[in-house]
Write a protein that binds this ligand. Structure first.
Ligand SMILES: Cc1ncc(COP(=O)(O)O)c(C=O)c1O
Length: 405
């Protein structure tokens, strides 16, 4: 999709606006399946926390994807979007036994990540097929908040607790059908991934009824020109070979599962904002836009550098700008960035706005969340309306008039 299409959508639907390109999502999905085409049984479970709009879920379902979910509400959204329960995986962290049991009753694959719940669940439901999340203790991920496989992480069952884990499984006679890991997002080096995979293979040998191995995700996508990305094709070659050899050793054709979020939707997304004001201070030229970290928190939360295009003036002379939002605290999208000359009223487009952008949006400062549009077959389809004042009031219960005096 081209800049002129984005500009047209900003005129048609207003700003701020999230736009997702269906073709890009499709091409990423196909790229991943092609890279692992040597694996007989491959399954992609889209990690819907990245972008959970029902239309996006439907699109991925049509491509053959399953779903990776982390809450009962995500499971409900997946079912609402038309997924069969057996196409949904549930990998929660720190949730109650009751929620896990409720999701299990929906026919969804449960993935358990701590020994306490495993023991309780196993004692009550020994026949339910369960997956176990292992923490391989590998430092991977582009930022401490998204590095989840290391020794101090709250995620997964420590690989050092494997003997204890095996004892629980033997005592409860649980049916362990899968082993899972997810070490972090934005993994730069595939050797780290392959190293963690070896730990998973080793752990898997302790379980006789496996049907699948789930390697999680964490594939890094490029955020700017010449940025590093995970070499999916190389990973595909190396891991497929190792996985197939493991299956031969194990004596069964297992399913290889990935659960990518960012890889599938990050680059498909653009976030369009309008420049409200240009403010020159002694040292900086600020471009203040009609949005803030309530809509796109990644730069403030993770220090992410989203490339920003001035789609109203793409050929303009480049100047330095700090792009800031309208939230009443420091709210910086970009610091002293070279961007084609910006005027008030111009539309800026943030790239890589598909993953962990809208799904992390809030109403902070009582601002509305923006609309979302899916660009498909050369047309923009509104897939979520812009919020209104009614949305802000929804679920609020004012005090009766008499008690406020
Ligand atoms: C368990 C699990 N699987 C998959 C993902 C998706 O990761 P990514 O968006 O890096 O592909 C996450 C992200 O946090 C996760 O926690």
């Amino acid at each position: 999709m081209q800049s002129k299409d984005l500009l047209h959508l900003a005129e048609q639907f207003g700003s701020p606006l999230y736009v997702y390109d269906a073709d890009k999502i499709k091409s990423q999905y196909n790229r991943l399946t092609k890279a692992f085409s040597k694996v007989e049984k491959l399954r992609i479970n889209y990690a819907m926390k990245a972008l959970s709009n029902v239309a996006i879920l439907q699109l991925l379902k049509e491509m053959g994807s399953g779903l990776d979910t982390v809450s009962i509400q995500e499971v409900q959204l997946g079912l609402h979007a038309g997924y069969d329960p057996e196409k949904i995986f549930y990998t929660p962290n720190g949730v109650s036994l009751e929620e896990i049991e409720e999701v299990n009753a929906m026919g969804v694959q449960i993935n358990i990540d701590n020994l306490s719940i495993l023991e309780q669940f196993g004692a009550k439901h020994p026949n339910v097929p369960v997956c176990i999340r292992i923490n391989p203790h590998v430092m991977a991920g582009g930022n401490t908040n998204i590095s989840v496989g290391h020794i101090d992480s709250k995620f997964g069952i420590s690989i050092h607790q494997l003997p204890h884990l095996v004892r629980i499984v033997e005592n409860t006679k649980m049916n362990i059908v899968g082993i899972h890991m997810h070490t972090g997002s934005d993994i730069l080096d595939i050797e780290v991934f392959l190293y963690a995979a070896e730990i998973l293979f080793d752990a898997a040998k302790n379980f006789k009824n496996l049907e699948f191995l789930d390697f999680g995700s964490g594939f890094k996508v490029p955020y700017k020109k010449d940025d590093i990305e995970t070499d999916i094709e190389e990973l595909g070659k190396k891991l497929s070979k190792r996985f197939n050899a493991f299956c031969t050793e194990y004596g069964k054709e297992l399913t290889l599962i990935f659960e990518p979020g960012k890889f599938l939707v990050s680059e498909a997304g653009s976030f369009l904002v309008k420049v409200n004001v240009i403010k020159q201070t002694t040292s900086t030229v600020f471009a203040g836009v009609d949005s803030g970290f309530n809509h796109l928190i990644r730069p403030m939360l993770y220090g992410s550098q989203h490339h920003i295009d001035n789609i109203s003036n793409p050929k303009g002379k480049e100047r330095f700008y700090s792009i800031v939002g309208y939230i009443c605290e420091t709210d910086t999208f970009a610091n002293n960035r070279r961007i084609p000359e910006i005027k008030e009223g111009d539309i800026l487009s943030f790239r890589n706005a598909g993953a962990y952008c809208y799904s992390m949006a809030s109403n902070y400062n009582s601002r509305y969340k923006p609309a979302e549009v899916l660009w498909m077959n050369g047309q923009g389809h509104l897939i979520r309306a812009h919020e209104t004042f009614e949305d802000l009031l929804k679920n609020q219960i004012p005090l009766p008039v008499a008690t406020t005096v």
